[in-house]
Design a protein around this ligand. Structure first.
Ligand SMILES: Nc1nc2c(c(=O)[nH]1)N[C@H]1C(S)=C(S)[C@@H](COP(=O)(O)OP(=O)(O)OC[C@H]3O[C@@H](n4cnc5c(=O)[nH]c(N)nc54)[C@H](O)[C@@H]3O)O[C@H]1N2
Ligand SMILES: Nc1nc2c(c(=O)[nH]1)N[C@H]1C(S)=C(S)[C@@H](COP(=O)(O)OP(=O)(O)OC[C@H]3O[C@@H](n4cnc5c(=O)[nH]c(N)nc54)[C@H](O)[C@@H]3O)O[C@H]1N2
Ligand code: SF4
Ligand SMILES: [Mo]
Length: 763
């Protein structure tokens, strides 16, 4: 059975739209952080909790993966959206037995993620038995036994899928992949498959490591920072402080985006008086309003211009790179007409931007989802890499590649082995360390997992965190896939839609959040995380847990492992649960760069993982042993007559599928989320009006399943200064429009930022 996505939170006629803001943060930002905190936690708890956020002896912000500054930390080392993320977790609201006795799952399946999230923290394990109308309480032992029985009853371990979202600590992630591989499968899809997978794929092939090459101090010291496909004012707010500091040191900033995002234009730093009351700092020196998917063309053009000016770094190229001549021949021939079509930019502006690259001694290029979620994301990111290599901007202070990660520990989870295709070196290290056998056959990524569940090839779905039903593409297909399972299990802090899109039997296993103290046999534990710049550090929650019946993610994994693998298993699961130092000792032996882990994470700012290109200009992990230039065929997205290209993005009031509120302050939207932003010129030419409520229909004639159209109903048009031809709507409301099989080449990431759509008047 498939249902229409729930829509009841929004009455499009009540939606209020004002002019978009030209600046970010300042007093409204501070006021909102405190208001949300007080609503969810009360005054005292707000003060005591926020005091520990991002402090050395406190907990890591569960918001994004932007790093903390090294050395001195301010008293308030967090942003508005970090405070919201904390308020959401540290709320005093609770979901207990009475709640589930009162509501049927059919009722709850009609609620939005916003409503579900607002109900509060889950207090004990719940089970939905086959044919039942309500979830009911279940003891931990019984719940874990139920999972083990199902897993051990499968014809093959490959019939189970083990998803991870990016909040899981390094310790829990390491043990989780160890459990899954000991059980016998590499089916470890994660949110990264939908997120920065394209960055990983592009950078591994070209530099030998799928991670960024800069530190926070590099950002402060750069003389040119390019921020592309990213909305840091909302999604990485403290990045604005770093950009402000860089600017203060003389850096120029280029923002490349179809939308004039407020945070990129002007920033009022809430942590200084000038920022609170003044006009703030203008950030972008150059705003490049590119068309969706036009970045590859832009960077080919920039490469071509730099070469024509002789602006390449010949020494760097000769010493450290491979494939330059092929690349040079390729971009010298760049098809300028295609560049015009793909970017929508003037030659004058492209030349100006290329000139800024040529004039810079220390360039950093930052990007996020605007680059990673297109069909041609991998070649686009490789094109950025080409320009960075051309200028020798890797492995020196103030320069480098900076994919800005999303979830606070998504990068760490990967380092710890959450990946459906970990390299052989890691696998054999695991086998040696634990005297176990682990399978080598690659597992399912997110899209492959959905296909497998849809086709009956996977029967059990287990998730540590996340909201798979809402975050994945093609909502009705994903929901049908989940409903086809025999068992769905979610280790969660709060309710979300995935708890009500269930297999025959379903379990909710409630867990501790980052903010809460984690008491085990050997005393209070801390965990470790890795930020976007490869800094590994401690995080220790201090609040009393939301309920006495919560288990940490580590405990859940360890106890489940004993049920699934039996008492005789060579991995000392019981010891691991008692003392997380024991886990870290093993991480040190298995994970590259983590030697002496327990000692080094105890240093005040933790430690930085090795990164050969950054540290020593070594690229020996690539096939050629050098940094690879790549000659990529130029992709120009074809948009048929009277159609638009749609991107799905975040509002200022959400954390992925966790919706904090219904406003998008910087874009001027209030009290509603079912909106579609369209350029005024497109409205005129297509015959639609601002304020009109329309259906959005996506078109993908190549769909292998034959379903070439998908419909999302009732979106209010907001006339907005986006690039012409490029519309925008919010994730996850628009996910039903993203075809499951429309994925990025090589990385398999759903193409959530370039969907061909038409708008339809409603009857
Ligand atoms: N408050 C808050 N913080 C978050 C999150 C959240 O939901 N809320 N989510 C976290 C996660 S998991 C992630 S991955 C990050 C996401 O961080 P972002 O990538 O900033 O998130 P999006 O809202 O998807 O924004 C994409 C941006 O790219 C632009 N864009 C879209 N397509 C293109 C394109 O083709 N070219 C260019 N140049 N620009 C384009 C859009 O206009 C938009 O500004 O944020 C993390 N932090
Ligand atoms: N159309 C479209 N789709 C997208 C995107 C897009 O831009 N457009 N972005 C993609 C991206 S970048 C990402 S990262 C994914 C996100 O996909 P997910 O990571 O699957 O989704 P989230 O909304 O971050 O997950 C929120 C849930 O995590 C649980 N949770 C929160 N904290 C904890 C914790 O500490 N422990 C545990 N166990 N659970 C916790 C809560 O129950 C909460 O409801 O979505 C992707 N989907
Ligand atoms: S920038 Fe990101 S990690 Fe830092 S406080 Fe804000 S949400 Fe948290
Ligand atoms: Mo993400």
């Amino acid at each position: 059975m498939t249902r229409k996505p729930p829509q009841q939170d929004v009455d499009e006629s009540q939606l209020d739209v004002t002019k978009p803001k030209g600046w970010a943060a300042g007093i409204p930002g501070v006021a909102v952080s405190l208001k949300r905190g007080v609503e969810q936690m009360g005054v005292t708890r707000t003060a005591s909790t926020l005091r520990l956020l991002n402090q050395r002896e406190g907990f890591d912000c569960p918001g994004c993966a932007w790093p903390e500054p090294q050395g001195h930390r301010k008293l308030a080392e967090f942003c508005e959206n970090g405070a919201k993320a904390v308020a959401e977790e540290a709320t005093r609201r609770r979901v207990g037995r009475e709640f589930f006795a009162e509501h049927t799952i059919t009722d709850l399946g009609e609620k939005t993620d916003y409503w579900l999230g607002q109900q509060g923290r889950i207090t004990e394990p719940f089970v939905l038995r086959e044919g039942a109308t309500h979830y009911e309480p279940i003891a931990w032992d019984a719940a874990l036994r139920l999972v083990a029985e199902q897993l051990n009853g499968l014809a093959s371990p490959d019939q189970a899928v083990f998803y991870t979202s990016g909040r899981t600590s390094n310790e829990a992630a390491f043990l989780y992949q160890l459990l899954v591989r000991s059980y016998g499968t590499n089916n470890l899809p994660d949110c990264s498959n939908m997120c920065h997978e394209s960055s990983g794929a592009a950078l591994s092939a070209t530099t030998g490591i799928g991670k960024g090459s800069v530190s926070i101090n590099d950002v402060h010291g750069a003389d040119l920072i390019v921020v592309m496909g990213q909305n840091p004012g909302t999604n990485h707010p403290r990045m604005l402080s770093a950009l402000e500091e860089a600017k203060g040191n003389g850096a120029k900033i280029i923002a490349i985006n179809p939308l004039p995002e407020a945070g990129l234009m002007r920033f009022k730093n809430p942590q200084n008086v000038r920022g609170l009351v003044g006009k703030g700092t203008p950030l972008a020196d150059e705003f490049v309003q590119i068309k969706l998917g036009g970045d590859q063309a832009l960077f080919q053009a920039i490469g071509s211009l730099l070469l024509s000016w002789g602006a390449e770094d010949r020494d760097f190229i000769a010493k450290y790179t491979h494939g330059f001549e092929d690349y040079k021949a390729h971009v010298t021939e760049v098809d300028w007409a295609s560049v015009d079509t793909a970017t929508g930019l003037s030659r004058e502006q492209i030349t100006k931007v290329a000139r800024m690259f040529a004039d810079s001694e220390r360039t950093i290029v930052c990007w996020a989802m605007g680059l990673t979620q297109h069909k041609h994301s991998v070649p686009s990111i490789q094109e950025i890499t080409n320009v960075v290599l051309l200028r020798g901007m890797i492995g020196k202070p103030g320069a480098g590649l900076c994919p800005v990660r999303g979830h606070s520990n998504v990068q760490g989870d990967r380092t710890m082995g959450i990946w459906e295709k970990m390299p052989e070196k890691f696998m054999s290290a695991l086998e040696q360390e634990f005297s176990i056998r682990v399978p080598r056959k690659h597992g399912f990524d997110t899209v492959a997992a959905i296909r497998a569940m849809r086709d009956g090839d996977a029967r059990v779905f287990f998730a540590v965190g996340g909201n798979f039903a809402s975050a994945s593409p093609d909502t009705p297909v994903t929901e049908k896939a989940l409903r086809g399972c025999d068992l769905t299990v979610h280790v969660s802090t709060k309710l979300n839609r995935s708890h009500f899109v269930t297999g025959k039997v379903a379990l909710i296993l409630p867990t501790l959040g980052r903010t809460e103290s984690d008491l085990q046999h050997s005393g209070e534990q801390f965990v470790t995380v890795e930020d976007s710049m490869s800094v590994v550090h401690r995080s220790r929650g201090r609040l009393a847990p939301a309920s006495d019946h919560l288990l940490s993610e580590v405990s859940i994994v360890c106890r489940l492992a004993r049920e699934v693998l039996g008492g005789e298993h060579p991995v000392p699961w019981e010891e691991f649960e008692k003392d997380y130092d024991a886990i870290r000792d093993r991480i040190a032996n298995v994970v590259p760069g983590c030697s002496d882990y327990n000692a080094r994470v105890r240093q005040p700012d933790g430690f930085v993982l090795p990164h050969a290109p950054r540290d020593a200009r070594e690229f020996n992990a690539t096939k050629s042993g050098k940094a690879n230039f790549t000659a990529n065929e130029l992709t120009v997205l074809h948009v048929p007559e009277s159609r638009l290209l749609l991107q799905t993005m975040r509002s200022h009031d959400q954390y992925n599928t966790t919706i904090y509120g219904l406003d998008d302050r910087y874009r001027g939207v209030k009290d509603g989320r079912r909106v579609v932003f369209v350029a005024p010129d497109d409205l005129t030419s297509l015959g639609f009006a601002d304020g009109e409520v329309v259906d959005i229909v996506s078109e993908w004639p190549e769909d292998p399943t034959g379903v070439t159209e998908r419909r999302a109903e009732s979106f209010r048009i907001v006339s907005y200064p986006t690039a012409v031809g490029c519309a925008a709507a919010y994730f996850p409301e628009a996910n039903s429009l993203v075809p499951l099989d429309s994925t990025a080449t090589t990385s398999g990431t759903p193409t959530s930022k370039s969907i061909v759509v038409r708008l339809e008047h409603r009857g």
